[in-house]
Design a protein around this ligand. Structure first.
Ligand SMILES: [Fe+2]
Length: 309
């Protein structure tokens, strides 16, 4: 199916959900202020089947200690509401936080899913971290690799995966009913868009991916992976709509050309520091959120490549 045909089908899915309340998901956002990440629990109120999107494992860089405070808030919500976890979805291999998906999978079940292009990300970072041949670069650390336009279900709800590369080659947006979980593509309209300067990132692709998402119906609900506030705004926010983004997004509202965007994004990215947790995050997230194999003393180590990035 062509990319245009996929987005047409996605728009039809939104239309069906807008016409029928039973096809709209219940959504809870969990904000992690340490990494500015929003994790979501999305469920079908008719069957209580649920997906967890972009969970966070707490990690203190200085001590190398992990903790489960953020993940346990999700466990509690799932248990309190008697939800059945079918999917643990990653919109991409995050560079700013470690995924808690394996911890949640062990507690709650569900299939671990990411975009198929994760294989390319594993290739790039497998090399950078000099991971041995025991590190498989075939996505086998995940239970499901989604392709553009692939559909899935959460109870009665319709879901569709959309490939939205640019921030990384593997970024996916997940459309569930009338709600799109857009990962790191766009942020709130007053903040703009995700950076496109990580290995394999591409500002031109990012623009095209975002404009593709913004071709969905005006009322499509958009849920973001991060919020950093913006100058003049005091509250964190993570929900918006296609219409609002097309009218107001400071980087990609209607009328901004691809070349203008690429020029802005490229020059802005040059001023941004690497995320604090990029080394541990990427190393763990390309393994499906699992720590590297423990060494012979039983301890797992995170590597830092010196002068290589
Ligand atoms: Fe990201």
């Amino acid at each position: 199916m062509s990319r245009d045909a996929v987005i047409d089908r996605a728009a039809e899915q939104v239309g069906r959900a807008q016409a029928d309340k039973a096809l709209r998901p219940t959504i809870a956002g969990f904000f992690d202020e340490a990494t500015y990440t929003v994790s979501y629990v999305v469920h079908d109120p008719a069957t209580n089947e649920a997906a967890i999107i972009d969970s966070v494992l707490d990690y203190e860089a200085a001590s190398g200690r992990t903790a489960h405070g953020s993940a346990d808030r999700i466990v509690e919500y799932i248990n309190t509401n008697n939800l059945k976890v079918m999917w643990l979805i990653e919109t991409h291999a995050h560079a700013d936080h470690i995924s808690a998906a394996p911890y949640l999978q062990q507690k709650l079940g569900g299939k671990l899913a990411i975009g198929k292009e994760i294989i390319r990300v594993q290739e790039v970072f497998g090399k950078l971290f000099n991971a041995g041949t025991d590190f498989q670069r075939d996505g086998s650390q995940f239970d499901k690799l989604f392709e553009d336009g692939e559909t899935f279900r959460i109870g009665e709800l319709e879901g569709m995966a959309l490939h939205v590369p640019g921030h990384t080659p593997a970024d996916m947006a997940f459309l569930i009913g009338d709600a799109a979980f857009v990962g790191d593509t766009i942020f709130m309209p007053d903040f703009g868009t995700a950076r496109a300067d990580f290995p394999g990132g591409d500002a031109r692709q990012l623009f095209q991916s975002i404009r593709r998402l913004l071709s969905l119906p005006d009322e499509t609900r958009l849920f973001l992976c991060h919020d950093y506030k913006a100058p003049g705004r005091d509250e964190y926010a993570w929900e918006t709509t296609v219409k609002q983004q097309r009218e107001e997004n400071v980087h990609v509202k209607d009328g901004v050309t691809e070349d203008e965007f690429v020029e802005m994004r490229t020059s802005r990215d040059k001023t941004l520091a690497m995320p604090n947790l990029i080394m541990p995050s990427v190393q763990v997230n390309i393994r499906g959120g699992r720590l590297p194999e423990p060494e012979d003393n039983g301890v797992s180590y995170i590597k830092i490549p010196v002068n290589a990035v």
